[in-house]
Design a protein around this ligand. Structure first.
Ligand SMILES: Cc1cc2nc3c(=O)[nH]c(=O)nc-3n(C[C@H](O)[C@H](O)[C@H](O)COP(=O)(O)OP(=O)(O)OC[C@H]3O[C@@H](n4cnc5c(N)ncnc54)[C@H](O)[C@@H]3O)c2cc1C
Length: 460
């Protein structure tokens, strides 16, 4: 990067908090996609005022700015594909306020999600969104991607907990959206606009979050079934009677990846696993869990129902579920991970397509995820350097996307568009709607410096 610009940036944050050294550029070059795009420099502001001045300078100079939380995004959102400056939020990591009486927290964007959950938990409060990456991803990244996790089936996703935001716009102006109160209808709902905007409309510098009382008890039930279609039928039936705080499924290939972590041996012939979790007061949870077990045991296709006894068994069940993504690399060195959503009754149709494609195209494909809300993690494992596999994987993606749209679903439930889905969004979003989105981008970032190359298709 131009040394004059580096000096101007140093004057804002201090020399030690901006760098164009190769090592720092490489550390900011990757994300969960495994792709690499080194920026020209990295900057670590500590305050909104510094962020604002950095943006004003970048705006004047026409330098792209890409915000980076933990770099765990799965769609390339944090990658500086057009070069420029990576603005890392790791020094903006303070929990500014926890207000138990009004059940809210005010945080900076670089706070790690799991740290916030633990901190509010100590005060008897609960921040529900629970992406599997919560030990390292940031709240800012969660807001920018509208992240979700297993608890979404009962509690919703990040969007449902964001009451208000402070945002530095592309030209450096600071704006404030939403309110600390639960109700508030003054002006447009800009909070919702920024949630899920993937760093393309502004840099989020402060977040007001809604909290809930912490549930006192949890019970986890593991269900093994003969077939996935029976599992899907069971999910729909169970949700008509129960309100679990997680309802996850794993298909046959997924089960094979982490079966050894489960607290009991896997009987032969199991084709699907459901993990059902209930929470609430200890008495209510005990009664509802007993009712759930009785209900499940009477259902056709259910081979085994077991309820975790104590924290260790609960952890083992969740370790098997959360360990799926890393364990997948036992199969092939690279992964294309899609997080499509279909109506939950149509999960078997999509899994059946995945199995057909795996057979026809000689690929390894497995499915797991949030059965309760139809959000399926569909993973294609391949060796990217093998041209045949790379082409077959793209064919599989196209057919999967077409099927998802045909079933009335959406291309992303939680990972966003980034670069990996930008060419596909016009499958889902009609031209007039896409034009309205581009107009918003143009109004808020006329010079196009914020995270260029993301969300919108590059050709047309
Ligand atoms: C093992 C693993 C498991 C995962 N599991 C889940 C899951 O269960 N559910 C889920 O939803 N996701 C999951 N993810 C994806 C990822 O963790 C989430 O998308 C997360 O929200 C990204 O947070 P981050 O801090 O890493 O953001 P980054 O990857 O750094 O950035 C993501 C996007 O947010 C933007 N951004 C970051 N901070 C700001 C800010 N302050 N202002 C404006 N824009 C900003 C970036 O520019 C980028 O576009 C998983 C990822 C991994 C690697």
């Amino acid at each position: 990067m131009d040394s004059r610009l580096v000096s101007q940036l140093s004057a804002i944050v201090g020399r030690e908090h901006v760098s164009d050294a190769e090592a720092e550029r490489l550390c900011a070059a990757y994300d969960g996609t495994g792709r690499e795009y080194p920026p020209e420099a990295v900057i670590w502001p500590q305050t909104a005022a510094e962020t604002s001045r950095i943006l004003a300078l970048a705006h004047r100079e026409g330098v792209p700015v890409v915000v980076r939380g933990a770099g765990s995004g799965m769609t390339g959102g944090a990658l500086p594909v057009k070069g420029g400056l990576v603005l890392a939020t790791s020094r903006m990591n303070r929990i500014l306020e926890i207000d138990p009486a009004n059940q809210l927290a005010v945080v900076e964007p670089g706070v790690v999600t799991g740290v916030l959950q633990a901190e509010v938990g100590r005060q008897g409060l609960f921040y529900p969104p629970d992406p599997a990456s919560l030990k390292f991803c940031t709240i800012g990244g969660n807001v920018a991607e509208n992240a979700g996790g297993p608890s979404a089936v009962k509690y919703g996703v990040t969007r449902d907990y964001v009451k208000g935001l402070e945002v530095a716009l592309a030209d450096g102006r600071l704006i404030h959206t939403g309110a600390r109160t639960d109700k508030g209808v003054v002006g447009y709902d800009l909070t919702r606009l920024f949630v899920g905007s993937e760093g393309t409309l502004g840099v989020i510098t402060k977040i007001i979050l809604r909290l809930l009382p912490r549930p006192q008890a949890r019970r986890t039930t593991l269900v093994m079934l003969d077939s996935l279609s029976q599992a899907a039928r069971l999910v729909a039936k169970a949700l008509a009677r129960f309100t679990p705080c997680a309802l996850e499924f794993m298909d046959r290939t997924t089960i094979g990846l982490t079966a050894e972590l489960l607290p009991l041996p896997l009987p032969s012939g199991v084709e699907a696993i459901l993990i059902v979790e209930q929470d609430g007061s200890p008495l209510a949870v005990a009664a509802e869990a007993a009712e759930l077990a009785a209900f499940l045991e009477a259902e056709p296709g259910v081979r085994l129902v077991t309820q975790a006894q104590g924290q260790e068994e609960t952890e083992a069940i969740w370790a098997a579920r959360r360990g799926v993504s890393p364990a997948a690399f036992k199969l092939r060195p690279h992964k294309i991970s899609e997080d499509v959503v279909v109506p939950r009754t149509r999960i078997p149709d999509l899994v059946a397509l995945a199995e057909t494609l795996a057979r026809e195209l000689d690929l390894v494909i497995f499915c797991f995820g949030h059965a309760g809300d139809g959000n399926i993690h569909l993973n294609i494992m391949l060796d990217r350097h093998d041209l045949r596999q790379a082409e077959a994987a793209q064919t599989a993606r196209r057919r999967i996307f077409a099927q998802v749209i045909g079933l009335g679903g959406t291309l992303s439930g939680e990972h966003g568009v980034g670069i990996t889905k930008s060419e596909a969004i016009s499958l889902e979003i009609d031209p007039a709607t896409l034009a309205a989105m581009r107009a918003i981008k143009q109004a808020l970032d006329p010079a196009g410096i914020l995270n260029p190359g993301k969300i919108f298709p590059q050709n047309g």
